[in-house]
Write a protein that binds this ligand. Structure first.
Ligand code: HEM
Length: 417
């Protein structure tokens, strides 16, 4: 069978990621039709070493299968980014997302125990209350940039409160997480590769220093926050080392901020573009908010991909891979796979059921640690908005982040009556 022409699609070229979203999804559709999965050269490495390319796993079945088999599809070999991380980056960015068992399991166990039922209950209440305050202030302010005044604020406040980071550090934390996941966006990061790497390392270093200082205080005088429970031994006598705590904190604030914010911003855009879906949601907020949040995460896919590296030769879904091959798990493409979501895969439908999306990753050891919190945050803010200002809408075009990794919105004007 002749191979369908895909020579016009290059997932390693930032030109592709500047295309309108509809074109991006049309390209995923063409890639999903390919057998075997398409292979892309990695492009220029920012670290100055030649880098091998990757297979793009764009089908739901491939993403699910690779996530389920961490022994074969490793997160620790190299990294989960396209380019292997050099040692100095691992100091700040080498946390559990870039590890395999047993190191991953140990960290995840310590961290999961730190989320005590008492702490989870407290943050659930905090999320709803904070969402209420943010929307109250929005109503007083009037039309504004929705990202700055609504969607960026909730995840930042909640994650900092959980860790015990004071309000005076919020701006610094947000500035640094923006730089770390800036992709190639000149609003946040230098277009000069060396300068950009220095900026990213500096941001990691500033965040690490913040939590290291806090941990020293909490070891001396524990408080009711996550840093205290991570820096002091738990009932099994386990604690994170200072270096583990620093890189976990960087992962948590980056993952906590740069994903949920975008889901919330996209949600406003989607409800503006789909008035029928807004009506459905308003007609039964309690009954439909849960499925609506799942559909937002599916449709938006705030995290576009994660990488895995083959540890041995294997055959998956009929295609042979070799040890050391890289694969990128394209959640954004898997979430529009017609073989799973049917002919309406490209439609935004808040009543979709079932909705086996992989927006938080597919089932496996690395499934998003913050999925529960993220769902809470998105639904709390939508609930407050649709109760207080039910006609809130995007008042102009979104200003999108230039990134292959994060489906981000930097600015979005909003208005309401
Ligand atoms: C809509 C919001 C979010 C999305 C779409 C999202 C998505 C993801 C994805 C795709 C992964 C990788 C799964 C894998 O490699 O198999 C992940 C991992 C992770 N996420 Fe999230 N996430 C969100 C919110 C959050 C929040 C709020 C936090 C923290 C409070 C968080 C913390 C983490 C951590 C720590 C990991 C690594 C888990 C591990 O390696 O074991 N995420 N997330």
């Amino acid at each position: 069978m002749p191979e369908p022409l895909i020579s016009d699609i290059d997932l390693s070229d930032m030109v592709f990621w500047a295309l309108p979203r509809a074109q991006r999804h049309a390209a995923y559709g063409r890639l999903r039709a390919l057998d075997p999965p398409p292979f892309f050269e990695a492009g220029e490495s920012p670290f100055g070493v030649p880098e091998r390319g990757y297979y793009a796993l764009v089908r739901h079945a491939d993403v699910a299968e690779a996530s389920r088999n961490p022994q074969l599809f490793s997160s620790g070999a190299g990294a989960t980014s396209i380019f292997d991380l050099p040692a100095e980056f691992n100091e700040y960015f080498g946390s559990m997302i870039n590890m395999d068992d047993p190191r991953h399991a140990r960290l995840r166990r310590i961290v999961s125990r730190a989320f005590t039922p008492k702490m989870i209950k407290k943050f659930e209440e905090d999320v709803q209350r904070t969402a209420g305050v943010i929307v109250e202030e929005l109503v007083e302010r009037g039309p504004c940039d929705f990202v700055q005044h609504v969607s960026a604020r909730l995840p930042l406040k909640i994650i900092c409160d959980m860790m015990g980071i004071g309000d005076e550090h919020f701006d610094m934390v947000l500035r640094n997480t923006n730089i770390i996941l800036s992709g190639a966006d000149p609003e946040f990061i230098s277009e000069n590769m060396n300068e950009a790497l220095t900026q990213i390392l500096t941001s990691g270093g500033e965040l690490a220093a913040l939590v290291t200082g806090l941990a020293e205080q909490r070891v001396a005088a524990p408080a009711d926050d996550l840093v205290s429970s991570l820096a002091n031994a738990n009932i099994d006598g386990e604690a994170l080392t200072p270096a583990e705590l620093a890189s976990f904190f960087v992962l948590l604030v980056v993952a906590g901020n740069e994903t949920t914010r975008n889901a919330i911003s996209h949600a406003l855009l989607l409800l503006t573009e789909h008035p029928d879906q807004r009506e459905l949601l308003l007609a039964n907020l309690d009954g439909r908010i849960g499925p609506a949040v799942e559909e937002i995460v599916r449709y938006v896919s705030p995290v576009i991909w994660m990488r895995r590296t083959l540890t041995a030769d294997t055959v998956m879904n009929g295609h042979a891979y070799q040890a050391n091959d890289k694969v990128l798990l394209f959640y954004a493409a898997a979430n529009r796979d017609e073989s799973v979501f049917g002919p309406t895969a490209n439609e935004f439908d808040i009543t979709r059921s079932p909705n086996p999306h992989v927006g938080f990753g597919a089932a496996g050891p690395h499934f998003c640690l913050g999925a529960h919190l993220a769902r809470r945050e998105i639904s709390a803010v939508l609930r407050e908005l649709l109760t207080r200002v039910p006609d809130i809408r995007a008042a102009g075009e979104p200003d999108y982040l230039l990134s292959s990794f994060i489906n981000g919105i930097k600015h979005l004007p909003c208005e309401f009556s």
